[in-house]
Design a protein around this ligand. Structure first.
Ligand code: SAM
Length: 465
C-alpha cells in the first residue's frame, strides 16, 4: 500500500516502513497542550502526537495507533505524572462510549477548556475579542453536571457474536453500539434503565428488528419511542406495557416517519411532555422527536441570561430566529410588545403556536421560513426589530447576517452550538464597525462532552448609521 502511495521511491519506502515499526513501541512524553475534545498534544522530535485522554502538563506512556504525515494519533497507556485537573471518570464505559469524552477532567477545567476553545475560535477565525467575558453558565450543585440529558437517541443492536442485545450510544472510535449497562448523563430514570431495556428487547420476538429508542424526558413524564421495522406481536406488546408500568415511563412505537409514532402505553396519553420556565411563568409542551435544549436546568439559566442581555423593554419588537417550539420566543413575549418567531420546520412552528395559546400569549406570531435562503425582500426583514435573538444550528447564520442592516436591531444575542461558525458570523457583524462584540461566554449545556455552547452579545455601534 505504501509503495502505491509513494511511487517508485524504494529507499524512502523502506525508511518509512522502518519508522512505522519503530513507532509501534510504547513511548513516553510530556503533554504540552490540549485540544478542546480531550486529547493531549505531545511534541516528539518536532512531530505532533495527539494522545486521547491525556491532559496538559502530564507525563504519559502512549502507543501510536495512526501514523499520518503531519501528526500522529496515539492511545494512552499510562499516566506517569497526572495533572491536578485529572479525576476518576464516573462512567464504566468511559473511553469506549462516544457519548462523553471529558469525564476524566474536573468540571471546572472542562469549562475552562470550552472557554479557551471559544476564545481561540473568535480570535483565529473571527479576528474578534469580546469587550467582556461572561461568567460561564452552568448548573451548580453536587449533581449539576450529571443526569441532565433529556433527549437522546439510543441505538439498539442484536449482536449475534455476543448472543445478546446492546442498548446505548455509539462507540467513540467505531460505529458499533457501546456495551454499557447504565449512563451517568441521561436524565432520570433513563440512565438507570439501560440494563432493563436490554432485558426487555432480548425477550421480544422482534429483537433484531428494533434499531433505536428515542428518549424524551419532560418535567412531567418520560417517553420512550421504540423504532420498529416489523410490528410487535401480542406478547411483545404485553412485555412493553409491563415495562412501561414497572418503570413509570410512557412507551410508543414508531413504524415509519415521525407521523407514524403511536402511543402503546398509556393510551390515550393524558397530556403532552412539557418543561417549565418559571422565571417567565411559561410552560412548553414538546414531543420526544422535537428539538429541545438538552439540559433543562441550564436551559432555564440560558433563557434568563439571554433575555437579560437583550435588555428587552415593554415597547420593543423582538425577532427570535431559529425559534423551534418557542423556547426563547414565549419568555420574550412576556417582556416585549410583540415577538415574531421564525423556524424552518413546519411541525415545530405548529407546536410553537400551540405553546403560545397554552400560555395565553397573544403578542407572538410564528412563521415558517428557510433562514439559509433569504432573498432580501421578505416583509419580516423590512419590518425591522429592536432586539434580535438568533439560535441557529451548527452551520450558523451567514445568510441572515448579510441582511442585518435591513433589520437594524440595537442588540443581538447570538446563541451558538458551534464556536467556529459563531466566530465567522461575528467577523461579519463587526465588520466596518457596524456592531461591537460587547460580551461572550460559554454555556455548559453538555457537561463531560466536547460540545461547546456559547452566547454572544452584539451592540449596534451608534456612531455609524
Ligand atoms: C439550535 S435549535 C434552536 C431552537 C430553539 N431556539 C430552542 O431554544 O429550542 C435550531 C433550530 O433551527 C431550526 N433550523 C435549522 N435550519 C434552519 C433553516 N435553514 N431555517 C430555519 N430554521 C432552521 C431547527 O429546526 C431548530 O429548531
Amino acid at each position: 500500500m505504501s509503495s502505491r502511495r509513494h511511487g517508485p521511491r524504494v529507499r524512502g519506502n523502506r525508511l518509512e516502513g522502518l519508522l512505522l515499526v519503530a513507532r509501534r513501541e510504547p513511548e513516553v512524553a510530556r503533554i504540552v497542550a490540549a485540544t478542546h475534545d480531550g486529547r493531549g498534544i505531545a511534541d516528539v522530535a518536532g512531530k505532533k502526537v495527539f494522545v486521547a485522554g491525556a491532559l496538559e502538563g502530564e507525563e504519559v506512556r502512549f502507543l501510536r495507533r495512526k501514523i499520518r504525515r503531519k501528526f500522529d494519533e496515539a492511545e494512552l497507556l499510562e499516566v506517569l505524572q497526572p495533572s491536578s485537573s485529572r479525576i476518576e471518570p464516573r462512567c464504566e464505559a468511559f473511553g469506549r462510549c462516544g457519548g462523553c469524552s471529558l469525564q476524566h477532567i474536573s468540571q471546572q477545567e472542562q469549562r475552562e477548556l470550552k472557554q479557551r476553545s471559544l476564545r481561540d475560535n473568535l480570535e483565529r477565525i473571527g479576528g474578534v475579542e469580546p469587550e467582556r467575558w461572561l461568567a460561564p453558565i452552568y448548573a451548580s450543585g453536587d449533581d449539576g453536571g450529571w443526569r441532565y440529558r433529556r433527549r437522546a437517541r439510543l441505538a439498539v443492536k442484536d449482536v449475534h457474536g455476543k448472543g445478546r442485545v446492546l442498548v446505548g450510544f455509539r462507540e467513540r472510535h467505531a460505529p458499533f453500539v457501546t456495551d454499557m449497562h447504565r449512563c451517568e448523563v441521561l436524565a432520570d430514570p433513563v440512565g438507570n434503565l439501560i440494563d432493563p431495556l436490554i432485558e426487555l428487547v432480548e425477550g421480544l420476538s422482534i429483537r433484531n428488528r428494533l434499531p433505536q429508542i428515542e428518549v424524551g424526558v419532560g418535567d412531567n413524564a418520560v417517553e420512550l419511542i421504540f423504532r420498529v421495522l416489523e410490528p410487535p406481536n401480542d406478547d411483545d406488546c404485553a412485555a412493553l406495557i409491563r415495562f412501561a408500568r414497572q418503570y413509570d415511563v410512557r412507551v410508543a412505537l414508531q413504524s415509519g416517519g415521525l407521523d407514524s409514532v403511536t402511543s402503546l402505553y398509556p393510551e390515550p396519553v393524558p397530556e403532552a411532555l412539557s418543561y417549565d420556565l418559571p422565571d417567565f411563568d411559561v410552560r412548553i409542551e414538546f414531543e420526544s422527536t422535537d428539538f429541545v435544549q438538552i439540559n433543562g436546568p441550564v436551559n432555564r439559566l440560558m433563557v434568563t441570561a439571554a433575555i437579560e442581555l437583550l435588555q428587552v423593554e415593554a415597547h420593543h419588537r423582538v425577532l427570535d430566529l431559529y425559534c423551534g417550539i418557542g423556547n426563547f420566543t414565549l419568555p420574550l413575549a412576556r417582556r416585549a410588545a410583540d415577538v415574531l418567531g421564525i423556524e424552518g420546520e413546519q411541525r415545530l412552528v405548529e407546536r410553537a403556536r400551540a405553546n403560545a395559546m397554552l400560555n395565553d400569549l397573544g403578542n407572538v406570531e410564528f412563521l415558517k421560513a428557510d433562514l439559509f435562503e433569504i432573498q432580501g425582500k421578505e416583509s419580516w426583514l423590512h419590518a425591522g426589530c429592536d432586539r434580535l435573538l438568533i439560535d441557529p444550528a451548527r452551520s450558523g447564520s451567514q445568510a441572515l447576517i448579510k441582511h442585518i442592516d435591513a433589520l437594524g436591531p440595537e442588540r443581538i444575542v447570538y446563541v451558538s452550538c458551534h464556536p467556529g461558525t459563531l466566530a465567522r458570523d461575528a467577523a461579519e457583524l463587526t465588520e466596518a464597525g457596524k456592531y461591537r462584540l460587547t460580551a461572550a461566554g460559554i454555556i455548559d449545556m453538555f457537561p463531560h462532552t466536547a460540545h461547546v455552547e456559547s452566547i454572544a452579545l452584539f451592540e449596534k455601534n451608534k456612531k455609524i448609521k
